[in-house]
Ligand binder design. Sequence first.
Ligand code: GAP
Length: 460
Amino acid sequence: MNENENLMDKVISLCKRRGFIFPGSEIYGGLANSWDYGPLGHQLKQNIKTLWWKFFVTGREDMVPMDTAIIMNPRVWEASGHLQNFSDALVECKVCHKRFRADHLLEAKGITPRYAKEELQDLDQINCPECAGDLTAPKNFNLMFKTAFGINDATALDVYLRPETAGGMFVNFKNILNVTRKRLPFGIAQVGKCFRNEITPGNFIFRTREFEIGEFEYFIRPDDWEKIFEMWLGEIRRFWQDAMQINMDNLVWYEIPDGERAFYSKRTVDIKYKFPFGTEELHGIAYRTDHDLSRHEKVSGQDLHYTDPETNEKYLPHVVEPTFGIDRMLLVALLEAYHEEEAPTSDKGETETRIVMKFPKYLAPIQVAVLPLSKKDELSGPAKELAADLRKNFVVDYDETQSIGKRYRRQDEVGTPYCVTMDFDSLEDKKVTVRDRDTMVQERVEIVELTNYLKEKFNF
Ligand code: GAP
């Protein structure tokens, strides 16, 4: 097992052990590649979404938020092309009957998928990866999840779980324009669940059939697209560097060449990440011209044009669309945070390996842990009061079991930035010891000053 596979295994194991992420429906034997976010995973995801939201939505004056339905009128998907074209090439082994995504089998053999007249090439080079059997010709497998809308089998409407959130924002373009009186350029953003019946889900939360997306449609004048595309590339870079604080050497900016982009897109960049299982798409940004609004205009019969209030010029806005996979962002946050390092166990100069999740402090699912040095009421009473007071401003864990060393290690393993230890001296001098997760340096702080001290550390 190489170091990278090892890292993935270690992160998955930590996620289950500490309640970040559990296999879905586990007591019934699970459901392939479905995952449930536990207490720490949910909080971490929430923190990532809040960071994203603040950076790209509420922190800007040119963005408005919305939250649209998962199930929409099926004509939305007719207009967007999903019903006809949202498919992957599926091949089946003629011997063992396992099914695979043809482009993934090519990639696994080091062959970059090529298309001629929309048909995948080089399929004669691949066999079943399980039994080496011959494969069938590819067929287009639509990834949309279909369900029935209505209580009467005879009249229920065939509807689909949304595969992306974009459609909800395009069909509301006129509503948003009317109520916000925004002028171009401006964007509509949302975060929400999406569903795709993937042929080969896998790699933990990297590719699943149910996942979350954060994306926005940024409406622009057609002539401005190049400058605005560059602006968003810069903002995305700033987000990964300053907000998510990742090692930027792990990102690869892949310019999708002509011929590989969707026919309506003039520029698309995939932001890839060097995952332990390979360099794969983390998220993307696409210039979609006026494709979406013109399709919705045609299929709905509604006028979706924009009239410039200054020049009276009437035109269909063009769109730049950055899309982020929230679960992939969370996987990156976990991989970047995971550290193993030698740490002293005692005054005798001995060391042990500590696992420490070095999340950016504001992303950590627990912000402060309160740890009394004794379980006796004399100390646990005031320590619980202190924890309750800190909860007004921070996410706090209270832990009084086992040795202080073991408790520090437990908090390190889930990335808690600050541990606050209360000892018997605290009852006299009204001070506590604050330990920093990364430096392990301890500082004595006045209890009355503690909230402000921590607020400053978190930069609130
Ligand atoms: N509206 C554009 C759009 O949906 P996409 O590249 O199909 O673009 C956007 O998907 C992002 O959603 C991807 O870059 C990835 O981060 C995430 N994503 C897509 N499929 C996924 C899956 N099956 N599991 C987890 N995340 C997925």
